[in-house]
Every structure is written in C-alpha cells, then in structure tokens.
Design a protein. Structure first.
Ligand code: F6R
Length: 615
C-alpha cells in the first residue's frame, strides 16, 4: 500500500519519479505527489485521485528542473483522499518534504507535542508529524540521515519514509521498519522504491534494506546504517526480469496479460526442480531433511487469494504426507494463541512478500519456535527474508491488483512442498514424485487449452453483467476454487458473490436460490465413478429444481452434468488434486469480463491496493 520513489542522479528527477510512480500505481491510487529541491527551496505538486491528475497539474504548472526528487502514490489510511492529505508532507518552513507508507501508531501524542511547540499541522495524516520532527532534528545536526535516525527512534508502527531537504539538495534519505523499500543502483544514479518495478527501466541491480535501517543516497553512493547509526550489512541482488515484463504488451489490461501468462508462469515455477530420478531439489528450502522428517504438523498462513491456495495445499499435504495440516487466515492467526512448537512447519504464502498480516503471523510462529517456509513471488521481500526457508514462485511481476498468475504458481509451489515433505518423510518415492511432477508439467499446456476456449465464458459474463448476485459451489479442492471465483467477482465487479462447499447448501445457503440466479458449480472429475462427482450432480439438480441458472465447470468427457447445465464450461481432465489449476482460469476470465462489461477498471479496483502493508 502506497508507492514511494526517490531518485538522485543526473537525469530529470521529475521524469524518473513520475515514471516510477506510474509503475507503482497498483499500490494505491487515492492521490499522488512529488517534491524536488530547487532554487534553494523545495518545489512540490500533489493532487487527489489517480496519477493522471498530478500529470495534468505538472503539465499546467511545471516544477523547476532538478536531479534529486521524491514521489508518492497513496492508499489512504489517516484522512480522506484529498489534495491536503496527499503526500509529500512538508514542515511549516517548507524546507523538508517526506513521503510515507505504513501507519505511525503514536502520531497523536507526537502531534500534540509538536502543536505545543507551535507547529501548525493542517493535514489529517499521521505522516505530517515526521516532516516537522525531521525539520527540528535537522536544524540541530544539519545531517538528513542523522535527523532521520533520531526521528525513527521515536516512531511506533510500520513505516517506510523517504525525505528530501532544501538544505541538502543532493541527498535523498529513506528509512524502513516493516514496510518495503529497495535501493536501485545505477551508473552514478541511485533509486529508492517500494518495489523494483519503479526503477527496472534504469537498473536491475538492487540492494535489500533490512529492518530498522536508514539509507542515504547521494551522487557518491549509498550508505546504510541501523537506526542507532551503526553501519549495516546489506544484500545486493540482480533482478531476473526486465522492464518489458511490467508492460501491458498490447493487452487492454495487466489482468488480461497476466491471465494469458499463466501457462508460462506454471512451467517456470516447475523448471529445474526435479531430476531424472524423481528427486525434488528445492535448493532454497534450507531446512534439513532430518528436520522435515520430524515435522508433525503443517500450518499454512496467508490472506485472500493466497489463503485459497493454502486451502488447496491442505488436501495435497495431508494426502501425500499424512501430516495434519491446518490453514489459517494470517490476520486471525496470532490472536488465537495457536499451538506451535519446533516440530511445526508453518508455510507462509504471499505473492508480494510484504503482506503485513502474514508477516506478523510468521513472526509469531517463529517466536513460538516453529520453522517457517515462505512461498513467495518477490525476491528480496520481507516475508522470505524473515523466514527459515523460501520457495520462490516464478510468475514474474504481477501488476494487476487482483491476483491471477501468482495464484496458479502458488498452487504449483504448494504441490512441490507437499511432495518434498513426502520425499523427506518417505511417504512419496521417486517414481510417484516424477509422475505428479509430469502431471504438473502437463498442466501448463492444459491451461493454454483452457485459455483458447474462453469466448463463450466471456459472452456469458457479458450477459450476466446486470445481475446482483452470483454464487459459486464446489466440493473437495473445488470448494477453495469456488471461494476464489467469488473473491475475483467481488473485487473486480463489485457484485455480491459467495462461494460455498456444495455439501453445505442444504444447511442454509440453498435458501438464497431463486429464479434465474446464476450459480457456478465446479464439478470434480467423474473418473473412477467418484462419489464426490455423484454428489455434486445431485447438488446441481437440487438448485436447478429451485430455479437457479447453472453454470457448470466440468472435465472434458463428463456427460453426467450435461442435462443439468444451463451453461457448460469444459476444462481438460487432470488428476483431482491438480484440477484447481485449470478450473480457476475460467473464473478469472469470467470476473474480468463481467467487471469490464460493468465499466469497471480491472487493474485498479476501487478501495483496493495490491500490497497490503498495514494490518
Ligand atoms: C485478490 C488478491 C488478494 C491477495 C492478498 C494477499 O485477488 O490479490 O486477496 O491475494 O492480499 O497478498 P499477498 O499474496 O501479496 O500476500
């Protein structure tokens, strides 16, 4: 939430910062602003609403040229999305400008203290206090990094801060606690950003910042210290994707592009992870096999779409390893005093690696002695850095707010973790592992085939655009798929959508069924005369008898559902546990098309931001 950019170099800082903000707009689009030191003072511009409003403002009232600058795109926490609450925030003399991501929990006493000393704080934000405190500290030491360290020691909560000062015009200073901030290292130019996407067009060399660190950028280089001033060890890394990966590449939206990229994302996540003998080698998983053998419980923690991946992981982990597996919303986890010990393996799933709920849950798990394995799509982000081990998904950058390709790769990673655990514990052997991995490898082509048959789904979505409610039903792994289908529709189309376990219908939800209500049913495979399949065919009949308009997602060759499906969506046959990889795709396409038909912007749904960096 909130995107931050800082720049020091020889290019036009404003151009670099604005281009960076464009790439970070997925993090929040309530307002945007920039500040540059110029002509002995600071020049700023900020506007409520999307970045395009700021762009317009800058073309009507250009700022002076500068080679140092900062910028911000906001997801509002304290104070509404107004010009006055937009960042950057300045001190009363207009000498220091600061942008912020996170929440400063003790802003109220700090604000009262500043007001007592005669400061005027006109905005409703928690951020403004930082500008005023920085100005005070800078007047004592004339060193912006030192001033930032002194201020940070007084702050509580989660924050990334980036600041410039009119009296240090060639310097940008940043600080981080819990929220993301990365450094980009170019040739004689340096960048700060919430995400490497902001500077990937200029450099792919990045430096990770640790917890409670302050970074100073100048034309001479980068200096990182702890909040106490001691020099910090940092990790440099090379980003393995380039600027083209974060472009729309001719698609109408990032979401459409990311849906289309799923076959490759699935294949890339599998690449090189199993050898010819069927041995999985997950190099990044640094937990010794001996320790994995001792594991007697797995707990998956995640939020939103990643949580749905976790629900599916439970089926695979318990089936393949016979280890009990719990799945819990990360936001609830630490508040219920969960039972954890050294034999518990906690799997934290997160695309961004920055979700605060998941981060706090994993910290709690580690405090209780559990080992944490992260499944993450973002190299260098906080969640993998704070975990004992990490399995990276290789979806490439996911820009659309609604998660699609990351979800499919999270599923692949969960299956790999389940097999790896099975391998370590001896419940899965080389040939079985090889078979599943071969099935998984085949899924990439199956997803491609699904994508090639989506026109009727798009047509159906358009025809249902006027509806108020859509329900989703599934059994077994189809239940989390139904939950995911409903979540996609809620967040993109702003419709009432709910997912249910089909077996629960008669325990209440069936009362919702009325004439022509669209109900999407994820049917399991009929192969092997599956009991599950027979049950869902009955469920479809029950809702249809009560007037529902049934949309059935069924495997190719499943004839039993045909008489009861008002609309039939075919997906290739897959092993039951892997079916979510193909069954989710039509639901993503359905939600995207329906939202578009309702005139919604699918890449930036209202009220949402991609990385949820506050609890
Ligand atoms: C829904 C969606 C969110 C995220 C959730 C977790 O489409 O994108 O529900 O899945 O906020 O985010 P990560 O995976 O970054 O932890």
């Amino acid at each position: 939430m909130c995107g931050i950019v800082g720049y020091v170099g020889s290019q036009s800082a404003l151009d670099v910062v604005m281009a960076g903000l464009k790439r970070l707009e997925y993090r929040g689009y309530d307002s945007a602003g920039v500040a540059v030191p110029a002509d002995g003072g600071l020049a700023t511009a900020k506007r409520a609403g999307k970045l395009v409003n700021l762009d317009k403002e800058l073309s009507e009232h250009p700022l002076p040229a500068a080679a140092t600058g900062i910028g911000h795109t906001r997801w509002a926490t304290h104070g509404g999305p107004t010009d006055a609450n937009a960042h950057p925030h300045l001190d009363n003399a207009g000498r220091v400008a600061v942008v912020h991501n996170g929440i400063i929990e003790n802003f109220a006493p700090l604000r009262a203290e500043l007001a007592e000393r005669g400061h005027d704080l006109p905005s409703e934000t928690d951020t403004e206090v930082v500008a005023h405190l920085l100005a005070e500290e800078f007047s004592g030491c004339a060193d912006l990094a030192q001033a930032m360290r002194l201020v940070c020691r007084r702050l509580e909560g989660a924050f990334t801060l980036v600041a410039v000062h009119a009296d240090a015009p060639d310097v940008v200073v940043g600080a981080r606690r819990n929220s993301p901030l990365v450094v980009g290292v170019g040739e004689g130019e340096y960048f700060l950003a919430s995400d490497v996407a902001a500077f990937i067009a200029h450099t792919r060399d990045a430096v990770e910042l640790g917890q409670d660190q302050v970074v100073e950028l100048s034309r001479d280089g980068v200096t990182v210290t702890g909040f106490d001033g001691t020099p910090a060890d940092v990790r440099s890394y090379h980003v393995d994707w380039d600027a083209s990966a974060a472009e729309k590449a001719g698609y109408a939206s990032f979401m459409l592009k990311e849906i289309a990229e799923q076959p490759k994302a699935v294949a890339d996540t599998l690449l090189g992870r199993v050898d010819g003998s069927g041995t999985l080698s997950l190099d990044e998983v640094r937990i010794p096999p001996g320790v994995l053998r001792e594991t007697n419980k797995v707990v998956v923690i995640a939020c939103g779409t990643a949580y749905h991946a976790g629900l599916i992981a439970k089926y695979a982990i318990e089936h393949w390893t016979r280890i009990p597996c719990e799945v819990e919303l990360a936001s609830e986890f630490r508040y219920r005093d969960p039972i954890l010990d050294q034999q518990t393996l906690v799997v934290a799933i997160s695309q961004s690696g920055e979700t605060m709920d998941t981060l706090m849950a994993l910290r709690h798990a580690r405090e209780q002695g559990a080992r944490v394995l992260a499944i993450c799509n973002t190299n260098g982000s906080t969640i993998p850095r704070e975990s004992d081990a990490v399995l990276y998904t290789h979806a490439g950058p996911e820009v659309a707010v609604a998660s699609t390709k990351a979800f499919l790769t999270q599923l692949v990673a969960c299956y790999l973790v389940a097999l790896y655990l099975g391998q370590a514990r001896g419940t899965k052997y080389g040939d079985e592992i090889r078979d599943v991995v071969r099935d998984l490898a085949g899924i990439s082509g199956a997803v491609e085939r699904v994508l090639g048959t989506m026109e009727p789904v798009r047509e159906l979505a358009r025809s249902l655009a006027h509806k108020d409610t859509v329900l989703f039903l599934g059994r077994h792994v189809g239940h989390p798929v139904a939950l995911e289908g409903a979540l996609k529709l809620k967040e993109l189309a702003y419709m009432h959508a709910e997912g249910f376990a089909a077996g629960e219908l008669k325990h209440g939800p069936i009362a919702l069924i009325e004439e022509d209500l669209p109900v999407v049913v994820v049917a399991p495979s009929p192969r092997g005369r599956s009991v599950l399949h027979g049950k869902i065919v009955s469920n479809i009949q029950e809702i249809r008898a009560r007037g529902a308009r049934t949309v059935v997602i069924a495997e190719e060759g499943d004839e039993a559902v045909v008489p009861y499906a008002d609309h039939l969506i075919r997906v290739p046959a897959t092993p039951t546990l892997l079916q979510p990889l193909v069954a989710t795709v039509p639901l993503q396409v359905f939600a995207c098309e329906l939202a578009t038909a309702r005139g919604n912007e699918v890449d930036q749904p209202r009220n949402l931001a991609k990385s949820v960096t506050v609890e």
